[in-house]
Design a protein around this ligand. Structure first.
Ligand code: ATP
Length: 502
């Protein structure tokens, strides 16, 4: 199965099993907007909770906020979003399709990287056990040539983006011979800037002054609450403020399912520190965030850092944590050292003093800030796509199983009476009612037990508890494990401790 087919399978599985539906499905959907179904919302909430707890509960110096989506329009002037939150777009005149110029170039670079990977695969076959990848990469003339090409394009691309040179970007696209994937032609328009913020009006008078934006990031809701939080919670630097919430971007090219949406959720944390210590904290959070991902049990080969060459106007260091999605390595989380840019700008635009008095140093300053910003929906896609497995069993049949990290699974346990009679549903309900106070439990009595197991596998439930006729006599049940399909007889009194231990 190639990666495109695999991706299609994931998308249809997400719909069929109540994880994600196209938004407004009844009306044939709305581009790049999605709804989460009953199983999806549980998985999403569990991811949120995992992030929230690891940020706030596990760090004594991090607190949370939940700021409004609507904010004063001046905030987006101050943050730079009104003037600079643009993507360079380009149209193909033949297919009439619109692309992001930067993405076309990045995809071109990714294709060269694919060629390197193909060379590695070929060499692995040729050399067998004696293959040394590091040595091969360092000595193969062809690979070295590809690497040089990648670096040259990267550098030129970064220079053009930094200089906001739109004509230069178009020339680079032409020079690299990049064609439209639909029409196959190089008939491109000029590159233009496009602001990604959605706007609407507030109140009943329609003049320019009441234009209001849907926030394109949650971070500004943190910055404008810095003074409130620092004072009300008596926070001492260094400290962090975390927030989870919706963000909106009028993305030019909205493809790839929930990877790039027009309405999505972010989990952001702004960590305020002494000026001059920001690189220390940047490195700290870079490592800490990677550890958070790895703690989910997904192999480390699926993640990599990507340091930025083009820094946003506010940053003095930036890196992405990329994940190996079904369509290749792409950004999952950004870690940015944002200096004192945001607080200084809000000070300037609001006319309010935003300073911290550092008693240890006996001086006041504008704090520096390191941000960690992760997309909730992208994390969902990462976890979901990695968990999706189509297994061939010993008897030749296949099963689809979501090997989700147990703490994230929509349901921890499903309680299943073997048959819908003889007092089994009553006993199973009793077990369900006892478990529901400790964990998200599920109950089902329809269909054969085999079919019910398969359905629980497909939504990633780690434990199935079956109540059969013997259960009535010996007060024990069969617990079946999702990943190994092993079954064990366990006394009803020991169900919770069994689950805790497995
Ligand atoms: P990209 O380059 O992919 O557009 P970005 O660099 O603009 O992303 P940031 O502004 O750093 O993204 O936002 C932080 C995080 O928010 C991203 O790492 C990503 O996980 C998430 N995110 C950003 N845009 C979207 C979107 N349109 N849909 C879903 N998640 C998004």
């Amino acid at each position: 199965m190639n990666s495109e087919e695999f991706f299609k399978k994931i998308v249809s599985h997400a719909k069929e099993y109540g994880f994600i539906y196209p938004s407004s499905d009844l009306y044939d959907g709305l581009a790049a907007v999605y709804d989460y179904g009953p199983n999806g919302v549980e998985l999403k909430n569990n991811i949120k909770q995992y992030w929230w707890r690891s940020m706030t509960q596990m760090h004594e110096n991090i607190v949370g906020v939940d700021s409004a989506i609507f904010m004063h329009p001046k905030i987006w002037k101050a943050s730079g979003h009104v003037d600079a939150f643009n993507d360079p777009l380009i149209d193909n005149k033949d297919s009439k399709k619109r692309y992001r110029a930067d993405v076309l170039i990045e995809d071109h670079i990714a294709k060269i990287e694919e060629k390197i990977n193909k060379e590695i695969t070929k060499a692995k076959k040729r050399f067998g056990d004696s293959f040394n990848e590091e040595q091969f990469l360092a000595t193969s003339e062809r690979v070295k040539g590809y690497k040089q090409q990648m670096e040259d394009i990267h550098q030129r691309f970064a220079d053009l983006m930094n200089a906001n040179d739109l004509a230069g970007l178009k020339s680079l696209i032409e020079e690299l011979g990049i064609v439209c994937p639909i029409s196959g032609t190089r008939n491109w328009t000029d590159v233009r800037q496009f602001n990604l913020m959605f706007s609407t009006k507030m109140g009943s008078v329609s003049d320019d002054s009441d234009i209001i934006y849907l926030r394109p990031e949650t971070a500004q809701g943190i910055f404008v609450n810095y003074l409130n939080v620092q004072k009300t919670n008596r926070m001492k630097i260094p400290f962090g403020i975390a927030q989870i919430g919706k963000a909106f971007r009028n993305e030019i090219v909205a493809r790839q399912f929930i990877f790039r949406m027009r309405e999505f959720e972010q989990m952001e944390m702004e960590f305020f520190c002494r000026p001059g210590t920001e690189m220390e904290w940047f490195n700290y959070w870079k490592e800490e965030r990677m550890n958070w991902h790895l703690a989910l049990g997904i192999p480390k080969e699926k993640y990599r850092y990507h340091d930025h060459e083009k820094l946003a106007h506010y940053a003095n260091a930036a890196t992405d944590i990329e994940f190996d999605f079904p369509f290749g390595f792409k950004e999952l989380e950004g870690i940015h050292s944002r200096t004192d840019f945001d607080l200084k700008r809000h000070q300037e635009f609001s006319g309010r003093k935003i300073q911290y008095f550092d008693a240890e140093l006996n001086e006041s300053y504008t704090p520096y800030c390191v941000e960690t910003s992760i997309g909730l929906d992208r994390t969902f896609l990462a976890v979901f796509s990695h968990a999706f497995n189509e297994e061939t069993l010993q008897d030749g049949s296949t099963r689809i199983v979501l090997n989700l990290p147990k703490q994230l699974a929509p349901y921890k346990v499903s309680v299943l009476p073997l048959v819908n009679k003889d007092g089994l549903p009553e006993m199973a309900h009793g077990i369900f009612n006892d478990l529901k106070f400790n964990m998200r439990a599920h109950y089902e009595e329809k269909d054969t037990i085999g079919k019910r197991y398969r359905r629980q596998d497909a939504i990633g439930t780690p434990y199935c508890i079956t109540v059969d006729n013997d259960s009535l006599k010996d007060n024990s049940v069969t617990i079946r494990l999702r990943d190994t399909m092993q079954q064990e007889r366990v006394s009803v009194d020991n169900i919770k401790s069994y689950i805790a231990a497995h």
